[in-house]
Design a protein around this ligand. Structure first.
Ligand code: SAM
Ligand code: ZN
Length: 393
């Protein structure tokens, strides 16, 4: 396999070169490498660093601790690029695993290139076997497509933080409905807020996988960018905390005609069949996660970590995390254009709409999911009234 050296962050990484003149997707190369995911990996370095800072502070109250005492596993590592960056740029101990022989050999070389043999090991196992064998402070799943086949083992292994990417947005968002139902045991709706739907279906699945192991989940940061979802969830042990986590699960009742939506908390629930506004039969999505997607303080800590690091995607990464920090932590966002179309009016700027909603006493924010959309605690009828009065005024 031909390789070349690239630099991401402050880490040198050997990655495969596609054969001359042939264009194929990263998944068809002998070892997977996707340069497009640099943004995801840059955010990963900053988010993991922010969490490691917290963990060291917490553990230091019990014993003396250094970064190398913290363990991280990149269970689906390919070239090792994600884990090698975490090991090199954070100084924590890492296991980089891939069952593919070429990938394993490349991981070994990447550990050598960065002189990381003291803290970092290459592993060539089925990820589920590896994760069932040992507990790690931080478990990272970055699979092809869906992470679901690894979630039970990852939930069992993760002591403090679970980091998960999902690139199967079509099943998650309802475009491939049956595949999504099979993988996530949940029914999504493929409507205007399908990207947030997908994230909440994924988080709902993670919460239930953790719950089997009596582990609670606190999402610290979750972002949907391009064609993937990435989430960082803090893990806490204990039956009582876990029961509390599961209270954040539920369903969304959605009216396809008037835009009414109603989050209903619980796993055995009564949901009104008729839309209370227009009488149309509502559509139901779930079970899914209705709780927070981010912790504001954690987003601030990630921003500090991004700021101080030499990262090629810094500006873009900071923009995403700032939007995540500032968006209302409630389901689901509204698409301004969908409402305008229903009302037969033209759209204003998102900022002026947010100001108008706030002036009427509601909470409102932009959302990282989509530039023309917004979040608010106002009901659809109030949003429409405000949008119409803005046009008249
Ligand atoms: C999407 S790639 C990982 C990309 C990598 N994390 C990055 O940032 O470039 C998924 C990898 O998982 C490996 N893989 C798939 N199933 C596996 C399993 N059950 N156990 C171990 N590795 C597996 C594949 O060989 C592939 O290299
Ligand atoms: Zn309705």
């Amino acid at each position: 396999m031909n390789t070349k050296t690239i630099v991401e962050g402050t880490t040198k990484v050997l990655v495969p070169i596609p054969p001359e003149g042939v264009s194929f997707p990263p998944s068809a190369a002998p070892v997977f490498y996707n340069p497009e995911m640099e943004l995801n990996r840059d955010i990963n370095v900053a988010a993991t660093a922010a969490f490691v800072n917290r963990l060291i502070l917490k553990l230091q109250s019990q014993r003396d601790i250094v970064p190398a005492d913290i363990t991280y596993v990149d269970a689906l590592s390919a070239s090792g690029i994600r884990g090698i960056r975490v090991a090199n740029e954070l100084g924590i101990s890492a296991v980089l695993n891939d069952w593919n022989e070429d990938a394993y050999n490349l991981i070994v070389q990447n550990i050598e290139v960065n002189n990381l043999s003291e803290t970092t090991t290459a592993s060539r196992k089925d990820a589920n076997v590896l994760l069932h064998e040992k507990r790690y402070n931080i478990v990272d799943l970055d699979p092809f497509g869906t992470p679901t086949q690894f979630l039970d083992a990852a939930a069992r292994s993760a002591v403090h933080l679970l980091e998960v990417t999902a690139t199967d947005t079509a099943p998650l968002c309802g475009a491939h409905l049956n595949s999504g139902i099979r993988k996530y045991a949940a029914v999504p709706l493929n409507n205007e807020y399908h990207s947030e739907m997908g994230m909440r279906i994924l988080l709902g699945k993670i919460a239930r996988e953790l719950a089997k192991h009596e582990k609670a989940m606190i999402p610290l940061l979750s972002h949907a960018t391009r064609h993937y979802v990435r989430t960082y969830v803090q893990v806490q042990k204990g039956a009582k905390r876990t029961d509390k986590t599961l209270k954040e699960m539920g369903f969304i009742a959605n009216c396809p005609d008037c835009g009414y939506r109603n989050p209903v908390f619980g796993l055995a629930v009564h949901i009104d069949k008729e839309c209370p506004i227009c009488g149309t039969t509502t559509e139901i999505a779930g079970p899914l996660w209705l709780g927070q997607l981010h912790e504001v303080k954690f987003c601030d800590e990630v921003l500090l970590e991004l700021e101080k690091r030499p990262l090629k995607t810094k500006e873009k990464a900071m923009k995403i995390i700032t939007l995540c920090r500032d968006e209302l932590n409630i389901p689901m966002f509204y698409d301004q254009h969908v409402i305008c179309k229903r009302l037969g009016i033209s759209a204003s700027t998102i900022d002026s709409l947010i100001i108008a909603l706030k002036e009427h006493g509601y909470e409102a924010s932009r959302t990282h999911f989509d530039g023309i959309s917004f979040k608010t605690n106002a009901e659809i009828t109030d949003i429409e009234r405000i949008m119409l009065s803005e046009r008249l005024g």
